[in-house]
Design a protein around this ligand. Sequence first.
Ligand code: GTP
Ligand code: SPV
Ligand code: MN
Length: 580
Amino acid sequence: METWVDDAARLTKPDRVVYCDGSEAENQSILQEMLKQPDSFRLNEKTYPNCYLHRSNPSDVARTEHLTFISTPKKEDAGPTNNWMDPEGAKFKVGSILDGSMRGRTMYVVPYIMGPVKSPISKVGVEVTDSPYVVANMRIMARIGKVATDRLGSSSDFVPGLHSLGDLDPLRRYIVHFPEERLIWSVGSGYGGNALLGKKCFALRIASYMARQQGWMAEHMLILGLESPGGKVMYMAAAFPSACGKTNLAMMVSALESQGYKVWTLGDDIAWMQIGSDGYLHAINPEAGFFGVAPGTGRKTNPNVMDAINRNTIFTNVGVTPENEPWWEGIGGDPPAGLVTWRSEKWDSSKGAAAHPNSRYTVPAGQLPSISPQWEAAGGVPISAFIFGGRRARLAPLVYESFNWQHGVFVGATMASETTAAATGDVGITRRDPMAMLPFCGYNMADYFQHWLEMGKRIPHPPKIFHVNWFRKGADGKFLWPGYGENVRVLKWILERVEGKAAAEETPIGYVPTKGALMLDGLRILPESLNELLRVNGDDWEVDLGDVWDFFTKFGPRLPPELLQEYAALIRRFAKSVSA
Ligand code: GTP
Ligand code: SPV
Ligand code: MN
């Protein structure tokens, strides 16, 4: 580690190098460094103790997918869905931006563990960065400092990540992954997944590459436990694209709590999974905190997190009230008088939203009231169901179940969703986003599909695979399904399907709940809305399958033939249902 750090310092030329031990005293001094910058503030000490507001550069407010690269010697190994640079070219081009980029600054060395300290599934990373804000966030999102150097010892088995703010010019911003070296270089951004290198860069892009080599899975999935009336807990993992509801589902307050159905949170973004000795796939959450979307988060939608983010929390790009409290659209109530926007302007209605749509909170996972007692279990938790989903205003029904693992992989591989503010670019454009991994798969996605197919053959008790859509809209353009805590009604159906109990109707796309199979007690929903939510419209699917075909052809002969078989089988089932 020291050798690599010395090399990084020789390239970036910081004034000082500070090794982080993870202690509270050190944290306070790093926060003091952060507060010296005009973009960071302490929030109200009484109502938000130990909370901070950070404003990132307005050109640096979300992941930048077009500036994110997979750097493998062969272009085909990155595949048609990733940006590619050859490693030598990347080292030269990005290296010249990193050369001297930390002059006048401190380089912090952050050794960290992704995953519970004692778990055999966990892995060590080391991030060097010139941003105290990044260090403060990493301290919440991972287990940093002495625990990590202790785990590492003198071994070189760690994923190095070199991060520098550079000059924050998007023209000199690159997030480059060298999967064969397990190395990450990121320059020119201080925001989220671009800069907290343990998260998307390591735990998804590099880890997905390692997982394929080593026979495990690294997925963009939340992990939750659904407790049923007898007290038994069933664990599920769900992959939805960025800003499509993972955090909210994982933390929901169940609408059926009085009937004995409660949701426990284990993770809200990433799952690392290995086959356990019991034949089940076991999942850990590699992260130690939540980097959640603020807008839309309030007492009504996510009371659990509202009870967690009033202390020891870093807010990024939210608005601020005259009482020095954080504010965003959806927190509850109208914008208060004297509100200041994320860009530090006095808010009025001409300014649009006070909080950036991708503004976030960073909060320690242990502060969540619904955190599962199992969330740091060294062996992980056994997963009984995988749930795929996305934003589809039309098409996908509220929920359906795949026929088997291979069909489930097809369902995941053909997922699509409307784009969100979590990445720069247009919002609301439907794009294919297989397994919610489009921006996060560290190798050729065709090989990733093959890896899924192979895992299915190796797992003695594989999870059943489902698909959900909370975002279907009616003719009036409004969501048909109330969502949030009401989503437990769908989870309950999934639980009962896994137990072989709930009723379902076979359709060409999979099993859809019969009208009576969803528990809807206490929910006001029009029968027409329910019909529309569960409807499988052959004409719409035909159009979508055309788009799937275009997507699949990008992979050429590398696409696993099983997926083409599933494609043909789906078309046959639709043809049969029409003739019937
Ligand atoms: P990342 O952190 O970017 O990976 O996002 P995420 O998948 O964790 O999404 P999150 O739960 O933060 O939700 C993003 C947005 O979707 C928020 O504005 C939520 O209010 C909204 N949302 C979440 N769940 C639901 C739901 O069930 N129904 C509706 N209509 N909106 C939802
Ligand atoms: C996502 O975009 O899926 C996130 C936020 O979880 S970030 O950490 O910025 O990638
Ligand atoms: Mn995410």
